[in-house]
Ligand binder design. Structure first.
Ligand SMILES: Nc1nc2c(ncn2[C@@H]2O[C@H](COP(=O)(O)OP(=O)(O)OP(=O)(O)O)[C@@H](O)[C@H]2O)c(=O)[nH]1
Length: 321
């Protein structure tokens, strides 16, 4: 994903830092946005592609911007799965803002993968989801998941009904749980994504999603506590991640704001705000990692951070030249 002049990511593939070697066929790479109601099976599917350690089943974070849920390599293609929040009719203003940005992420993906829980069918969220897809211009594929729970006739009827509402390029019927049909999806994506160098070096793949996820969790807590006082321009980065011998992890994060007055708000009176944010974030990160977490938060003023290449690198994005 590259960035255009206004700082918006674009789907154009103009290179990345990784490389898969220099033999045989050209490498391919791209972003696949996962869309699906909560519990449709997004994490379970990504786990099938990338292995259980990278993706997190059942995390509840809805603050998604372009969070990476997992990165898989199939043949010579690097596939970066990005998340969208599983909410389609947000009521609160904060939720609405988040959903808008996350849908923006989907619109920049190379392929949009729509997951529907075949057991639940088109009831409720799935119906709203298909409505919302009408504005998406990317190639879309439909994945009917949990076929282990559903009869063939029901599946075919569901596929027909969904394809009537949205023009999908392909429809796959899979069980993310037992792996049935998953290889076909992988082969399709491997061939469908554009030629180009990989976005991430192989050795970075495993901890990148966790670092981003931990930063997203802290960002969520920051907004939960301060949303009326803090503009959206603040940003959280995970600067260091150290696994310790006793099984715990030491994480350092920086909350970047644009002005000294905002730094004071984040700190709060006698440091109360940052302390509360840190406690909430530490608890949730610890639950997801199933590990004891030592979390250290710092607040720094960085003017014009939108022009800073480091920030783009941290988010796994290309800096516009
Ligand atoms: N029977 C069956 N269960 C499945 C299948 N895929 C996922 N599940 C189960 O459905 C539940 C939800 O799966 P997740 O992968 O966490 O769903 P998700 O879409 O990532 O959910 P959120 O992260 O909340 O958006 C879990 O209990 C999975 O084990 C499947 O193919 N068959």
């Amino acid at each position: 994903m590259a960035m255009n002049d206004s700082g918006e990511p674009t789907a154009e593939n103009d290179g990345g830092s990784g490389s898969a070697g220099d033999t045989e066929a050209p490498t391919r790479s791209g972003f696949v946005a996962l869309i699906g109601a909560p519990n449709a099976g997004k994490s379970t599917l990504v786990n099938q592609f990338v292995g259980a350690k990278v993706s997190i089943v059942s995390h509840k974070v809805q603050t998604t911007r372009a969070i990476v849920r997992g990165i898989a390599t199939i043949e010579r293609t690097q596939i970066v799965f990005i998340d969208t929040p599983g909410i389609f009719a947000p009521r609160r203003r904060l939720d609405r803002a988040m959903v808008t940005t996350a849908w923006g992420g989907a619109k920049d993906a190379d392929v949009v993968m729509v997951l529907i829980d075949a057991e639940r069918g088109l009831k409720g969220d799935a119906e709203k989801l298909l409505e919302a897809l009408k504005d998406v211009r990317q190639p879309m594929v439909l994945i009917l998941n949990k076929i282990d729970q559903v009869k063939r006739d029901t599946l075919l009827a569901l596929a027909a009904a969904a394809n009537e509402k949205v023009s999908f390029e392909r429809t796959f019927m899979i069980s993310a749980l037992n792996g049935s049909g998953v290889t076909d999806v992988g082969s399709y994506l491997a061939a469908r994504l554009p030629e180009g160098p990989w976005y991430y070096p192989e050795d970075q793949i495993s901890d990148l999603p966790m670092r981003q996820l931990a930063a997203e969790i802290t960002r969520e807590k920051l907004y939960l506590r301060l949303h009326q006082e803090l503009p959206y321009s603040s940003h959280v980065e995970t600067e260091s991640w150290e696994e310790r011998k006793d099984g715990s992890v030491r994480i350092e994060q920086v909350i970047y704001v644009e002005r000294e007055s905002q730094r004071k708000i984040v700190l709060g009176k006698n440091g109360e705000a940052i302390k509360a944010i840190g406690q909430m974030a530490r608890k949730e990160i610890g639950e997801i990692l199933e590990q004891k977490v030592h979390l250290f938060l710092f607040v720094k003023v960085r003017q014009n951070w939108g022009d800073d290449p480091e920030r783009y690198r941290e988010m796994g994005l290309e800096f516009p030249r």
